[in-house]
Design a protein around this ligand. Structure first.
Ligand SMILES: C[S@@+](CC[C@H](N)C(=O)[O-])C[C@H]1O[C@@H](n2cnc3c(N)ncnc32)[C@H](O)[C@@H]1O
Length: 258
């Protein structure tokens, strides 16, 4: 079966179902408590192809290419629609990829995202359904993290690449929409504390630029953030409320396993 051929053997006795929509359905038992809903996935599917986040995808692909050869295996945890995984695979023509996410809506898009990428439902907070040291790159882009599992599945020569928002990220949107979730000033400290037992930072890139936004793009950008769940239509309805540009400010770090 596809999964057995393309990926490390599943645990003994397990078989994987490939859903009609192309992703492997591995998540059984208790439902994960988090994951993007259909509206968030539609917003992501519209927004990312606009190219407004293309510089982030480029930075991730460059960090991955600096770290591994063409032939690597790339995991994307909380892959969403698979936009960043596809960017890395384009940069590494001999590599293959696997995206994991709890959102089956996102996985449907991700499964179509790249010829060399597979997609499977999984909860990042559970032990991954993968053997030790199978991955050359683990991506975590704006997604939840499981540092000990990242470490277990990475080869010693591999890299974990983490992208997260910096303080000024989407400042104009936050300024106009007070209901948007703020960025915790202690976020970097918490990230360091969680990763430090397992990883050492090797290369950090700070990206900051202003992206112009058509109204639908601004709506979609709000719709793909964690704030989407806290805002209702009334928050967004005034035409003058949404800015026509936003600062994109993120940090992308490649970590070496300890
Ligand atoms: C902010 S989105 C980022 C998606 C993608 N990395 C991107 O940047 O386009 C966070 C993603 O993590 C997924 N997610 C949330 N909780 C998860 C969990 N417990 N296990 C796996 N994925 C999860 C969501 O469904 C969503 O696709």
């Amino acid at each position: 079966m596809f999964f057995r051929r393309e990926l490390p053997e599943p645990p003994a006795g397990h078989t994987f179902d490939i859903a009609r929509h192309g992703y492997a359905s591995l998540l059984t038992g208790t439902r994960a408590i988090s994951g993007d809903d259909a509206a968030m996935v539609r917003a992501r599917d519209r927004f990312l192809p606009t190219g407004r986040y293309a510089p982030i995808r480029q930075a991730v692909a460059c960090l991955a290419a600096d770290a591994v050869s063409d032939q690597g295996t790339v995991l994307d945890i909380g892959c969403g629609t698979g936009y960043y995984l596809a960017g890395v695979l384009d940069q590494l023509p001999g590599a293959r990829g696997l995206g994991l996410d709890t959102s089956v809506r996102a996985l449907r898009s991700s499964a179509r995202g790249h010829q060399r990428a597979a997609a499977a439902s999984w909860d990042v907070f559970r032990p991954f359904p993968l053997a030790d040291r199978v991955a050359d790159v683990v991506l975590d882009v704006f997604a939840p993290r499981n540092p000990s599992e990242f470490h277990r599945v990475l080869r010693p020569t591999g890299r974990l690449i983490v992208v997260r928002p910096a303080q000024r990220h989407l400042a104009e949107l936050r300024g106009q929409l007070p209901a948007m979730v703020t960025i915790d000033p202690a976020k970097e400290q918490r990230l360091h504390k969680a990763l430090d037992p397992f990883f050492k930072a090797a290369d950090t890139q700070r990206l900051e630029y202003v992206a112009s936004l058509a109204r639908q793009e601004a709506l979609d950008l709000v719709g793909i953030t964690p704030s989407a769940r806290h805002l209702n239509r009334a928050d967004l309805n005034g035409d003058d409320l949404l800015p026509d540009q936003a600062t994109v400010s993120v940090l992308a770090t490649a970590y070496r396993p300890r």
